[in-house]
Design a binder for this molecule. Structure first.
Ligand code: URP
Ligand code: ZN
Ligand code: ZN
Ligand code: ZN
Length: 473
């Protein structure tokens, strides 16, 4: 009997800490040996000249979310996790969104039913708290944290989703009591409503005004307020999808004070700008997301945040709609005003090639920082480490093999999602994932889907080590 199911031979292995030449022996879905001359295996993968990295973990994606009357999200769990695998990801963390009047258990039942049997990579859910009733705060949330739903997202904007400061404090104090991590969408709801109304009155309705209606102060103020509220409760928080230097500075300052404030940024804030929203004939709708892409200075600031550790995770915020679809970005109502264009853009497959190419290949970040930002820190932040997010004996054999020299021009058909465009069309990439392996099984190899739908498993998570209370509140 061979000693291993698979040996990956001859590659350069990198973790968040080290880079070293070694072979990997895989048995029963786990990494069983690291070294040389490991013996024989049913299958040997020759990784000579290639990088062997932990599979990407994208801790911020949206699949199968109800998105408003007549609007349909472009990815469910099948196409969303397929696209994730094509982009070198082995785990994704989508959101289970509570609707007003719904219990969290009801919401979870619906999302689990959508996901069941559909996934190509492993999946776990964050809970979006849109209706923090006494029942939700007092009973449901504490029980769900114990069941492995150890992170919540709250919104400071969006009709039907935005929480008041009082409600934010209430959710934060439940997180504090239960050891959950709170993710925050930080934009000032009233400021946005005020600006949207004003722009519409002035006849400014094209997609580009989406960016004008959500300028940097809207995000900076909310980021500052979220941090202040978290400081009052003494609870760790993650500010998601940070788009610019002013919001980043708020986080940096909080970190320097010793507050447990974590930050995330996304590819749209590194390679897009608000100019992209100016396209003719509504083309700008393809880039409508919140916060909006900004300018070159903001891009540089986001890079600085990634390089210096202010941002510990880099996620896609994949939130896909079809452009040429009556139920998508160009639905009849969205042609009347940017107000009605669904917010969000696809990116789960483009995230890592963009970070690798713009970051590692161009020398802005090293390989270890790439691994930390793409996998390890996501696993640590959200209670999946060391089962996920690293290459170590006993960890799941979730591995992406990268060809650092492979050149590609990003086009939508490479990405295999359910949308009909990519906002990253035409970007030149150096470095590409050539094999994606989940728990020892190859899901994507050389641009071919070879995995099995339904192999992706649901992951109950541990509490985030970053969310441990420091003292009683
Ligand atoms: O525009 C965006 N980002 N849509 C997705 C929902 C969210 O706020 O993350
Ligand atoms: Zn199931
Ligand atoms: Zn958000
Ligand atoms: Zn999002």
């Amino acid at each position: 009997m061979p000693s291993f199911d698979t040996i990956i031979r001859g590659g350069t292995v990198a973790t968040a800490a080290d880079t070293f030449a070694c072979d990997i022996g895989i048995r029963d879905g786990l990494i069983a040996a690291l070294g040389r001359d490991l013996g024989d295996a049913d299958r040997v993968i020759d990784a000579t000249g290639l990088l062997v990295l932990p599979g990407g973990i994208d801790s911020h994606v949206h699949f199968a979310q109800p998105s408003g009357p007549g609007i349909v999200m472009a990815d469910g769990f099948e196409s969303g996790t397929r696209s994730a695998a094509f982009g070198g990801n082995t785990t994704v963390l989508p959101f289970c969104v509570q609707q007003k009047g719904q219990t969290l258990r009801e919401a979870l039942k619906a999302y689990h039913a959508e996901a069941h049997g559909q996934c190509y990579v492993d999946v776990s859910f964050h809970l979006v708290i849109a209706d923090p009733t006494d029942q939700v705060l007092g009973q449901e949330l504490p029980a769900l944290v114990e069941d492995g739903y150890t992170s919540f997202k709250v919104f400071m904007t969006y009709e039907g989703m935005a929480l008041s400061d009082m409600e934010m404090l209430q959710v934060m104090s439940v997180a504090r009591r239960t050891g959950a991590l709170v993710m925050i969408h930080a934009e000032n709801f009233d400021a946005i409503r005020f600006l949207v109304d004003k722009l519409e009155r002035e006849g400014h309705v094209a997609p580009r005004y989406h960016a004008v209606s959500r300028p940097i102060p809207v995000e900076r103020e909310a980021t500052h307020r979220a941090i202040s509220l978290a400081e009052l409760v003494d609870v760790p928080i993650m500010i998601v999808h940070v788009s610019n230097g002013e919001a980043m500075e708020e986080i940096r300052r909080a970190q320097a004070k010793g507050l447990k404030v974590y930050g995330e940024t996304c590819p749209q804030y590194l390679v897009l700008t608000e100019k992209d929203l100016e396209g003719l004939n509504m083309e700008g709708a393809k880039y409508v997301c919140s916060p909006p892409p900004r300018d070159k200075d903001s891009q540089e600031a986001c890079w600085r945040g990634l390089e210096t550790g202010v941002f510990s995770v880099f996620s896609s915020d994949h939130c896909p709609f079809r452009y040429d679809d009556p139920a998508g970005k160009l639905n009849p109502k969205s042609r009347t005003s940017f107000r009605w264009v669904p917010n969000g853009i696809p990116g789960v497959a483009a995230r890592l090639p963009i970070l690798f190419s713009e970051g590692v290949s161009k020398g802005r970040i090293d390989l270890n920082r790439f691994v930390a930002l793409s996998a390890t820190n996501h696993a640590k932040t959200y209670g999946l480490y060391p089962r996920k997010g690293t290459i170590a004996i006993g960890s799941d054999a979730d591995i992406a093999i990268w060809d650092p020299e492979r050149r590609r021009t990003l086009t939508h058909d490479l990405l295999k999602d359910g949308s009909d465009y990519t906002p990253y069309e035409g970007i030149e990439i150096t470095g590409w994932p050539v094999v994606t392996m989940v728990r020892g099984r190859i899901v994507v190899q050389d641009g071919e889907l070879v995995g099995e739908k339904g192999f992706g498993a649901y992951l109950a998570r541990e509490k985030s080590p970053y969310a441990a209370p420091r003292r009683e509140f």
